[in-house]
Design a protein. Sequence first.
Length: 411
Amino acid sequence: LFRSPKVERCLLSMGKRGTKRSLESGEEVPLRSDELRPPEELPDREASAVRDALERWRGLRLRVESLRPMLEHEDRLMQDILDRGLGSEDRKTLRKLASVGARDAEAEAAQVAESVGQERHRLQEILMENHRELLELSTTTTPDDKKELIAEMDGVLDELKRAQDAVHVELLATKDKEDMSAVRAYGRSLNDLKALTRRLDCERRSLTKNSALATLLVTVCRRILPVRHIDPAQLQNILPSYEGYLQILDFYFFSDANLYCFGEHFSGPNWFTRLKRNVAILSVSDGEGLCVYNEFAVSGEYKTPGARMAPEEGPLQSIEAEDENGRVFDRRHDAEFKLLTGLCDLVPVEKRPMWSASATLWSKKPLCRSCAGAVRQIEGLFPKMRITISIGDPNGESNGESNGPASTCGA
């Protein structure tokens, strides 16, 4: 497997300390619980703290084992990508190619692309088949099961580092007293604590190493693989939910960001690792339950896919409102505002007061004051239409106030 220098050094240091390991296969054999022993010569308070910390770590090891199938699957996926011509490349070359603004890396890009060669098509297939998992791996958002484990591991490591600091203070004090026997004892304890901390830090890296590797490989793939050509008209029946949002990302994955801009990239293939712009979905059914409007929109005005921009003089009035960063601007280009304006264009003015329908507006982000005001305007224009507002989150759950049953559009 491709490993970062830190992980490589970690593996070698563990191997030197008797850890059973196959460096060729990358397989790890966990240490036995009774091998987690505190240094023999510690001050009483630090000895107690270290024993408690190691006992906690033994429990964490059991929980890590429950994640082993998932971690092994991640390993296989990373290896499958590396086997498509990327594994033979020097990691320094890949990092240069992946670095932001690497305009001087054209030679490296050509070199890596040549190395991939005939595997290019298969590499793109692997990305397509596994892009949701790769998306999760290569973002800063860590799944809850891993996040909780990592936080508890960090707590144990912090406890060991505090013990190191205390032992170091004792070591300096014994040096001042010229008590060489105590100096040697505290020196051994300090070295043992450092070795123990490094060992446990290596075990922690087993949970995070594939995230760093996925981020690197995905960025490299964006540089060397061609964009995927799509027909936006083929995206239909979009669910007004978080699942529908994923449906949109699936469809536009690796499409040309110069043509379909979601705000993360402006050229090259679309890869949604840190999508900051909002995405919203609106589905509307008439009184007979027939879907009459099913569309999505992306906030912004530069070549955004989905619903078109709202005109300056349209049926709805936008206002200035703050975004999550405190910036204030006219929200006419918000995704929700585009969709609600599109709904108005669907129904002639004279038919709106008596038009019976049900609608669901799903938004990835909470509605701002302007878009909430647009919803109230819609309720005034369409008094017989019942509208559901749903706000999605990364767990696929939603919250928000519902004014009626969900639309059947996209169901």
